[in-house]
Design a protein around this ligand. Sequence first.
Ligand SMILES: *[C@@H]1O[C@H](CO)[C@@H](O)[C@H](O)[C@H]1NC(C)=O
Ligand SMILES: *[C@@H]1O[C@H](CO)[C@@H](O)[C@H](O)[C@H]1NC(C)=O
Length: 474
Amino acid sequence: MRRVSLLVFWLGCLVPSSEGVNPGFAGRITRKGLDYACQEGVATLRKDLPAIILPEFSGTYRVKIIGNVNYRFYRLNFRRFELFHSTIEPMPGQGLRVSISNALAEMTGHWELKKRWLKDDGSFELKVDGISISVGLKLGSDATGRPTVTTLDCNTHISNVDIDISGKWEWLYNLFETKVESAFKTVMESKICEIVRTSINSKLQPHLQSLPVTANIDHTSNIDYSLVGPPVATSDCVDLDLKGEFFSTGHRSPAPFPPPPLSFPVDHDRMVQFGISTYFFNTAGDVYYKAESLTFWVVDEMVPQEIKIRLNTSSFQPFIPQLKKLYHNMPMKLKVSPSSAPSLSITPETLSLTPSVDIQAFAILPNSFLAPLFLIGVTSPVSAKVAVNSTRIFGNLKLGRLKFSLKHSDVGFFSVQVLESLINFLTASILIPQMNARLAEGFPLPLLDHLELSNPILQAHQDFLVFASDVRYG
Ligand SMILES: *[C@@H]1O[C@H](CO)[C@@H](O)[C@H](O)[C@H]1NC(C)=O
Ligand SMILES: *[C@@H]1O[C@H](CO)[C@@H](O)[C@H](O)[C@H]1NC(C)=O
C-alpha cells in the first residue's frame, strides 16, 4: 500500500500541458524529487519483499541413464535482497523509466521430485545475482482527469543463478543442477516482468482510478483538482497540470473568467514545485461572493470594549443630525458585503486586490426591527500576503485608505467625508481582523497523506505564485 501511495505521490505532484487549457494549479517533480522517490521506493521494496509469495514452478527434465524426472519447486521465500543501483528517470514525451541494475536475491524453498519408482523432497538454497530490470511507464490521463499508468516495456536480465539442493541423493541432483539453474533463470526472467505488468494493471491502475479529483472545503465550496491534460515528462522533471478551480457546493457553473498561462523554470534544488494561479484564488472569490458568504454583520458587541465610540445612532449624530429626531439613541447594525467578486492580481512585485464593499447601516428599533439608514460604497486598495505551510495555503490582508461614496440615504443627505475616518477605524479594527481570521485558517493543498515539506520557498510571478520544497514521506 505504501508503495502504491508513494507512486501516487509522485504522480500526484507532478505541469505545463500543451492541450490548450491552462491549469489553475500545477505540480512538478524534479529529478531530485524522482531520486528521492526512488530511494523511498527501494526502502519500501526491501521491507515488503519478504512478504511476497513467489510462484512455484515445475517441469520435466531428461537426465542421462535415468530418463525423465518430474520436479516441483515451491514455498520460495526471500532471505536477502540487495539493490545496489536503481533509478527513476523521466522519459521525455512519454513518462518514466524505473531501472534496477545489479540486484541480488537469496531465497530458500522446497522441492519435490518424482520418477515412477523414485520420489524425494527436501530444501534448497538459491542465489540469484546480477538482476537487472528496466520498466518504461507511460503516463496519461483519462476523461475524468485522473492519472493513468501503463507499461510501455519491461526487460529483465539475470546474470547468474546458483542453486544448492539438499536431499537423500545429492549426487543425483548434482547431475542436473546446471539444468535447473538455467531453467530457473529463464522462468524468473519472464516472471519478473509478468509480476510488474500485473501489479501495474491490477493494483496501481485501479488505485489511480479511485483517486478523488475534488475536495470539499466547507458547506460553500469544493476544489476541482482533476488533470487538464496528461502528465508531461521532460528531461528535467515530470509535470502535472491540475484544474485548480473552486466551485460551488450547491450548483456548479463555469468560472466567469479563463485561467491565465502558467509556466515556470525548473528549480533543480528542490524536489517539488507547485504553481498556484490567480485562477485558483479568483474562482474561490467568485464562489464565496455568489454564495453571499463574504457578507457579514457588524454589531456593537463586536466593537472592542476599550473603544469609547459605540455602534449606535448617538455616535452618528454629530455627522447625521437627522438621526436625533428619527432614531434617537438606538443601537445600530452594519451589513458589510462585497459589491463585486474580489479579484486578485499577482505580479512579481506584489499581490493586490481592489475590493468594492457596500456597507448598509441599520438602526435596531425597540421591537428589534431593522430600519435602514444609509448605504455607503467603499473601495480600498488591499495588498495581500500568501504563505504556505506543509499542508495548507494561508492569506493575510493589509488595507489601504478607504474611499467612501453615499449610494443611498433614508435619513437625508449628509457628508460621507466626516464618516470616513470613523468607518476607516471600525474597518481596521473589526472587518480586517475577521477576514484575516478566516484566511489564517487556510485552505488545504491537494497533497497526499504522510507527506512533509521542508526547505520551502514561495515566489510571485506574473499571474501566479510558485511554491517549491523538498518533501519527506513518513
Ligand atoms: C451610544 O454610544 C455612546 C458613545 O459613542 C455612549 O456614550 C452611549 O452610552 C451609547 N448609547 C447606548 C444606548 O448604548
Ligand atoms: C499548517 O497550518 C495548520 C493550520 O494552522 C496547522 O494545523 C498545521 O499543523 C500546520 N502544519 C505544520 C506542519 O506546521
